[in-house]
Structures are given as structure tokens and as C-alpha cells.
Design a protein around this ligand. Structure first.
Ligand SMILES: Cc1cc2nc3c(=O)[nH]c(=O)nc-3n(C[C@H](O)[C@H](O)[C@H](O)COP(=O)(O)OP(=O)(O)OC[C@H]3O[C@@H](n4cnc5c(N)ncnc54)[C@H](O)[C@@H]3O)c2cc1C
Length: 430
């Protein structure tokens, strides 16, 4: 049986940030996970909470004012009355950059308008745009090809028109972006983008042919845009050398190559930080009074469970997608520790689906199901109706926390990394 100071449950963005931060504090740390969650399918940009451009406090901020609990989310909202703390933002970005090796530009002042696939505009910070590989400033006034394939399910032509408008709106310069369909040029497999991405990664001959095709397209333009297609970003650099023109990836994919790449980066960053990662199909916690005393885990075909023990446990198990919140036969639960679930602190905890005003309004409306989760105090410990920690050595971070409204408030990976970092800090120091 192995014993650690801190055991993180979940290997998504939040679990990763908690683990590396606790390790930085000198704690012995391990991660135990059931596999990939929402982080592995996310679409690229790090959402930090929606900027309240009109200066009005968001619902989220006003909700937290009614709580005695001082929200850490509110520090991230780019509200003029409540700006994100530069120190926190910087720490988060530097952490991502250092640990994952993702290039990020740091700027909270400058926002870009980006087109999204439903035809609307999305305002993002430059740092997010850079993470998605977008550098429109560098291609202004130029002729650009956006390379796609009919079977990649991209609305390529409308996207190109939107990119042209983005460049004009943001930089006042004209860019001509032409959608070039690979299926019209040469025999390419009719396969979804992730399948092509995996083949590009593994099949040298296929990659060479693909590079030649893109280089041929590159002859007639000043720069080439691609949807995120390389699981390993080093192939983007090789393609750039072959094309001898700027080649950039852009948002505009419905598929999840960026998520896969993020999850791969998380696994290799854990490895670099020498944090052991245990994977298991089944995980069961052992609880004695108000303490977790150990965790059993096993995989299909194992002769029996193995045990891990820790002084502190960080729950970073995600929401419905990751497995941190479960719905079975109308019963809602946090399956690992049986913690109470809330969608708002004012409401009594929810145990059955019917108790929630389960919203079916538009996707970008507030969704109570997405706000469901455990409720934490200022020490990131899940609390019960009496506002006291339910388990004295359990902390929680990421999307398993209740009250987050990803759709309307755009609380995404940025917040998961931030909350994981804060939670890892507290867990290691307590
Ligand atoms: C399709 C999609 C697209 C998205 N796009 C974006 C985007 O572009 N930008 C953005 O900012 N956000 C995006 N999001 C939201 C973002 O992906 C999530 O908020 C974020 O990934 C949640 O991170 P997490 O670490 O809390 O949970 P997850 O990434 O879900 O990780 C949970 C982890 O816990 C593990 N786990 C579950 N149960 C247990 C258990 N009992 N024991 C141990 N481990 C367990 C899971 O296997 C997994 O490793 C998107 C989400 C989806 C679904």
C-alpha cells in the first residue's frame, strides 16, 4: 500500500493544477483517475468567466454577494468593478505555460472578437486566442488559404467570411481568406478530423503526402490556416518549414483535437513533475467518521483491489462528463464520497432530478444541471447544509464544484486550472 500527503482524484485540468501546485509546496502527491473527462474533449480556448463588458455585475457575482462564502470566481470576472487580480491571472498563465509547454501571450487589456461556429461573435482575451493558435494580426492585408476536407464537418466558407470580418473589425485591415477543400484536390480519406489527426501522427507516408498537398496550396497564398489537426504540435513546425510560409491553426472545429492535445500535455506534465498517475476502472473510498482513510482501486480482470492512502484527498472528478456527478434512475449523486449536491447555495441540496428546475432553454442560457455540484467553503472543502466541512480531509476543485455556469458565464478551463491551483495550495499547506 502506498501513502502520500495528497491524493488527487481526477486527471483533468483541475486535478492536474491541484497536483502540480501541491507538489511545488513540497507535498508527496499522486493522482488516481478513471481516465479522460471533459478536459479531453474541450475545444481549445481557456475560458475564465465571461467579461461583463457593460459594467453590470453578472448574475454570478450578485449570487455570491448573498453568500457568506467569499467567491474566488469573482476575482476572475473581467468586470470593471471587480477586475481579475493580475497576480492571480499571471500565476495561472505562467503555470499553464510552464507546465504544459503551451505558448500563451499574456494580456488582459486586449480582447479580440472571434467568430464561433453558430454564427455569433465571441469576445476573448488575447491569451485565449493565442492558446488556440490564432494570430490574425500577423496575417493582416494578406491572402490566406483555410485548408479543410468535406468530411471534417466544418462550415468552412462561412467561417472564412467571419474571419475576414474579424480581421477588419479588430485591425481595420482586409484579409482574403479562401476555403480550400482537400477532397476536390486529391484522394484523401473520408474520415472525421480526429481520425485524420491520429493517422498524421502515426503514418509517416500519409503525413508526407499531406504536407506536400498543403505546400502546393501554400504556393498561391501568403499564409495557410488549418483546423487544429496535429496531436503533436512539432508537426505544425515541420509543416511550416515545408510550406515556407506562415502556417497557423485556428478555432473552427467541432472536433476535439485541442482537447486530446491538452489531455496528452497534462499526462506528460504529470510525468515530468514525477507525480505518479494511477488509472482504475473502479474506485471506492473508505470513510471512518468524518475522515477518508483510504481509497481502493481496481481494473477489470484484477485479482482484487489495491489501496492508496493519503493525509488529504482532492476531489477533481469533473461533472457529468467526467463522472464527478452521476444521475442514475433519477437519483443524483457525487459517487465517490457521497457528498451533498447543490446548484445554488440558497436552494436545499438536490438528490433527485425532479428537484432541479432542469433547464431545457437555449444552450447558452443558464442551465441548472450544469450548475449542480458540491459546494465548497473558502478553504475549498465541500460543506453540508450547516456550512461545515463534511469530511475533514477532503478538498474539491474544478467542475465538480456547484454554482458554475459554463454556458452563460463561460466558466471553463481557465477557472478549472485556477481553482485546482488554489485548492492544491490549501491541501498541501493545511
Ligand atoms: C464538448 C466540450 C467542449 C468544451 N470546450 C471548452 C473550451 O473550449 N474552453 C473551456 O474553457 N472549457 C471548455 N469546456 C469545459 C471544460 O472542458 C471543463 O470545464 C473542464 O474540462 C473540467 O475540468 P475538470 O478537471 O474539472 O474535469 P474533467 O476534465 O471532466 O476531469 C475529471 C477527471 O476525474 C476523473 N474521475 C471521475 N470520477 C472519478 C473518481 N470517482 N475517481 C477518480 N477519478 C475520477 C475523470 O476520469 C477525469 O480524469 C468544454 C466542455 C465540453 C464537454
Amino acid at each position: 500500500m502506498e501513502t502520500f500527503d495528497v491524493l488527487v482524484l481526477g486527471s483533468g485540468a483541475a486535478g492536474f493544477a491541484a497536483a502540480v501546485t501541491a507538489k511545488e509546496q513540497g507535498a508527496s502527491v499522486a493522482v488516481l483517475s478513471r481516465g479522460a473527462g471533459a478536459s479531453a474533449v474541450s475545444s481549445g480556448a481557456f475560458d475564465f468567466g465571461r467579461p461583463a463588458a457593460q459594467g453590470s455585475p453578472t448574475d454570478f457575482a450578485s449570487r455570491t454577494q448573498h453568500n457568506t462564502w467569499k467567491s474566488t470566481y469573482s476575482r476572475l470576472l473581467a468586470d470593471p468593478g471587480n477586475p481579475p487580480s493580475p497576480v492571480d491571472a499571471q500565476r495561472v498563465f505562467m503555470g499553464i505555460e510552464r507546465a504544459l509547454g503551451l505558448p500563451l501571450k499574456m494580456s488582459w487589456e486586449k480582447a479580440l472578437l472571434l467568430p464561433v461556429s453558430n454564427g455569433h461573435w465571441k469576445q476573448v482575451h488575447v491569451a485565449q486566442a493565442a492558446q488556440a493558435g490564432i494570430d490574425l494580426e500577423a496575417i493582416q492585408g494578406k491572402k490566406v488559404a483555410f485548408v479543410y476536407h468535406a468530411s471534417w464537418r466544418l462550415t468552412a466558407r462561412p467561417l472564412c467570411r467571419q474571419w475576414e470580418q474579424t480581421a477588419e473589425m479588430n485591425f481595420g485591415k482586409k484579409v482574403e481568406i479562401e476555403a480550400v477543400d482537400l477532397s476536390a484536390l486529391s484522394p484523401m480519406p473520408d474520415a472525421p478530423l480526429p481520425v485524420v489527426a491520429v493517422r498524421l501522427q502515426r503514418d509517416t507516408e500519409f503525413r508526407t503526402r499531406f504536407f506536400q498537398m498543403v505546400a502546393e496550396i501554400g504556393k498561391g497564398v501568403d499564409a495557410v490556416l488549418l483546423p487544429p489537426i496535429f496531436l503533436d504540435p512539432k508537426f505544425l513546425e515541420s509543416l511550416q518549414k515545408e510550406v515556407q510560409k506562415p502556417v497557423s491553426e485556428c478555432l473552427g472545429t467541432v472536433e476535439a483535437v485541442p482537447g486530446k492535445r491538452l489531455q496528452d500535455s497534462i499526462f506528460s506534465a504529470l510525468d515530468r513533475a514525477q507525480i505518479p498517475l494511477f488509472r482504475a476502472d473502479h474506485i471506492r473510498a473508505e470513510i471512518t467518521d468524518d475522515l477518508v482513510s483510504g481509497v481502493d482501486y481496481w481494473n477489470q480482470g484484477d485479482s482484487g483491489p489495491r489501496k492508496l492512502r493519503a493525509g488529504k484527498y482532492v476531489l477533481a472528478s469533473g461533472k457529468f462528463f467526467g463522472g464527478g456527478v452521476d444521475l442514475q434512475y433519477e437519483k443524483l449523486s457525487e459517487p465517490l464520497f457521497g457528498l451533498p449536491l447543490y446548484w445554488s447555495r440558497q436552494e436545499s441540496f438536490a438528490e433527485r432530478r425532479a428537484e432541479l428546475p432542469w433547464s431545457d432553454r437555449g444552450f447558452f442560457e443558464s442551465q441548472t444541471w450544469s450548475q449542480l455540484g458540491v459546494w465548497v467553503d473558502e478553504r475549498w472543502q465541500p460543506v453540508g447544509p450547516d456550512n461545515r466541512a463534511v469530511l475533514n480531509n477532503v478538498f474539491a476543485c474544478g467542475s465538480v464544484i456547484g454554482g458554475l455556469d459554463f454556458a452563460r458565464e463561460r466558466v471553463g478551463l481557465g477557472y478549472m486550472i485556477y481553482s485546482g491551483g488554489q485548492c492544491g495550495l490549501v491541501a498541501a499547506k493545511t
